[in-house]
Ligand binder design. Structure first.
Ligand code: ATP
Ligand code: MG
Length: 605
């Protein structure tokens, strides 16, 4: 490709709405342009990189017997009603109606369509297992589209689905595709982690995410340095060791009461195990754990955080320790298991509090009257089991209660693991390592779906005994645009993108410095032709621009190797090559150029 012909509108400045490096660099290097919120035009350079990544994904998926197909973006609502997701998926689902008043959605994912294909076309266990995949445009009406292709509303995904006669076969394919994903990210030179994940609205029991580590990542990865445990914070479980450590309240209390006894004389005595009776204390305008803890001179883990939310229409008071954060994913999983029908969770609004005569920042479990909370449920994080001498809201504006013992002064109906694990917690797997946190970008997600969809949609096959069985299913996604953006987050410097070779839009750029010199021009032209013949993906910067502009653009675009044809070529008969990533360089005669470049491209530099 000649740069003079390439439509690549590079920019010196990035647009104001671009917050993270990859978004800025994709715009500045002329890869993408925004059309509307979360919707982008892919310009030639951007598409070229996407296609390179797609080719790698295709090769690796084909290698594990994935078969490519292409399903429609528009999906009739009937299929989504069969699976039950038409009502459940919420506002991210873009719904449309055709001229005959038929409802459709624009597919955010394709479990329903593929399950319908299996239902209508696979009869017997003899035809299984089968893996189908596509690389196709999805639409999700994200509440906050941002970071360019990273979180778009319209985006390209590779989604694969596998069908099996039994769980062992599902596990086998799951592992094969997991390995294929490892090869994909490894080939692209990307730094990734596989982490345990929450399965979200797709459902199913078992799932793992592929995360590219990056400081700008929206996900928090919990990692154990001692064993292979790694999980998305949403899904990370709390170790029993942490629970028992933190429920040893009496020893902790006696440690810190020394400095606080004068001020909180009426709180639990440090010498006796018996907590005095609960007492109401004035805490004017102190609606946060910080304010209450500091006013009462109590440690934060003695202050109970009471949150009010609704599961469908049922009010739920959730209790966590004052130094913990509620994990909504874990809460949702527990509530889904408690109630017959899964419902959405929403936090109570001011009007709900008024109806229940409760006050934000002053809620607590011990004085809720039956009238007030008759249909409600109090549930608590494990860490509060057995807590003594705690403080919580008094359900009266500007008042808290102190000297609360769990079991005596309040009794949650259920205890679950509901807190976010914290950095420094003990690993739930090896129970030795200390958990650390690192930020990541979710680029892939693999699920063992089981028979959730096949049962709901009655997608069945005949097993060896001639009995009908629902298919066991797996599903496996990779965000194509998100991976390309995340690759830039991991590979850039102050001058621009530093593409890993497998993703680079071009492998080599020939830079002609001195386009007015016919000898130099014809030498550069002949190098360009011969590299093309050698099947090296080469960009020939033949533009009538200044050398400075050319180098700036090529560095911004991130071409791995440059070959400069300029004055020194006339003097020495050699051209200079330079590596974008390492800055290493060398001089080489024209005869050896393609050989040198091939070896640099194979071995890096
Ligand atoms: P997230 O938690 O980031 O919203 P998700 O868990 O909803 O993503 P999946 O349903 O697992 O996403 O989709 C599979 C893959 O599609 C993701 O791993 C990600 O790479 C990509 N993806 C999902 N949503 C988007 C989006 N809005 N823009 C770009 N890529 C996306
Ligand atoms: Mg996901």
């Amino acid at each position: 490709m000649r740069f003079s012909k390439l439509f690549c509108p590079t920019l010196k400045e990035s647009p104001n709405d671009a917050e993270i490096t990859s978004h800025k660099l994709m715009i500045r290097s002329g890869m993408i342009r925004k059309l509307s919120s979360g919707i982008y035009n892919l310009l030639p350079l951007g598409l070229k990189v996407m296609r390179k990544f797609e080719a790698i994904v295709r090769e690796e998926m084909n290698e594990v017997d994935g078969q490519e197909c292409l399903l429609p973006s528009l999906i009739p609502s009937d299929l989504w009603k069969e699976s039950g997701r038409w009502d459940k998926y919420g506002k991210e689902l873009l719904r449309l109606t055709d001229r005959h008043s038929n409802d459709f959605c624009f597919g955010p994912t394709h479990e329903e369509v593929i399950t319908d294909i299996a239902k209508k076309n696979i009869r017997s266990y003899k035809e299984l297992p089968i893996s189908l995949y596509q690389i196709q445009t999805k639409f999700r009406d994200e509440i906050r589209p941002r970071f360019g292709l990273m979180r778009g509303r319209e985006f390209i995904m590779k989604d694969a689905y596998s069908f099996h006669a039994n769980d062992e076969s599902l596990s086998e394919t799951y592992m094969q595709i997991r390995t294929a994903y490892q090869s994909i990210f490894k080939r692209c030179g990307l730094d990734y982690k596989i982490v345990q994940a929450d399965s979200g609205s797709i459902g199913g029991a078992n799932s793992e995410e592929f995360m590219l580590t990056a400081a700008t990542g929206e996900d928090m990865i919990v990692d154990c340095p001692n064993c292979e445990y790694a999980a998305n914070l949403e899904a990370a479980t709390c170790s029993q060791v942490n629970i028992s450590k933190s429920t040893n309240y009496s020893s902790e209390n006696s440690n810190n009461t020394q400095s606080t006894t004068q001020d909180t004389a009426k709180t639990q005595s440090q010498t006796s195990d018996v907590t005095p009776s609960p007492e109401s204390v004035l805490t004017p305008d102190m609606g946060t754990i910080e304010a209450v803890a500091s006013h009462l001179k109590l440690p934060k883990n003695k202050c109970i955080k009471a949150l009010l939310l609704f599961y469908g229409t049922v009010p739920i008071m959730v209790l966590v320790s004052g130094d913990d954060q509620l994990n909504e994913c874990k809460l949702k999983i527990e509530l889904d298991a408690l109630f017959p029908e899964p419902q959405d969770i929403r936090f109570a609004e001011e009007s709900d509090l008024q109806t229940l005569n409760l006050f934000h920042g002053f809620m607590g479990p011990s004085t809720l009257t039956d009238d007030q909370f008759q249909k409600g449920l109090i549930i608590s994080d494990f860490r509060l089991k057995g807590i003594k001498g705690a403080c919580a809201g008094a359900n009266k504006k500007d008042y808290h209660l102190i000297n609360l013992d769990e079991g005596r002064d309040f009794t949650p109906k259920y205890f679950f693991d509901l807190r976010n694990v914290q950095e420094g917690d003990t690993c739930p797997k090896c129970e030795k390592g200390t958990l650390s946190f690192v930020r990541g970008i979710e680029v892939g997600h693999i699920f063992k779906l089981g028979n959730t969809y096949s049962k709901a949609m009655k997608a069945e096959f005949l097993d060896q005994n001639g009995k009908t069985q629902p298919f066991e299913m797996g599903c496996y996604g990779i965000g194509i645009g998100r991976t390309v953006a995340a690759a830039i987050e991991q590979n850039h410097d102050e001058k621009g993108i530093v593409w890993p070779e497998e993703l680079a839009p071009f492998s080599v750029a020939i830079v002609l410095i001195g386009h007015k010199d016919p000898d130099l021009t014809s030498a550069a032209e002949s190098m360009y032709r011969s590299l093309k013949e050698e099947k090296i993906d080469v960009l020939f910067d033949d533009r009538k621009e200044s050398p400075g502009r050319k180098f700036k653009d090529l560095e911004l675009i991130g071409i791995p190797f440059q070959v400069v044809v300029g004055r020194s070529f006339k003097e020495t008969g050699k051209v200079e090559w330079k590596c974008r990533r390492t800055g290493s360089n060398g001089c080489v005669g024209i005869d050896e150029l393609s050989q040198t470049l091939n070896s640099l491209l194979t071995n890096g530099s």
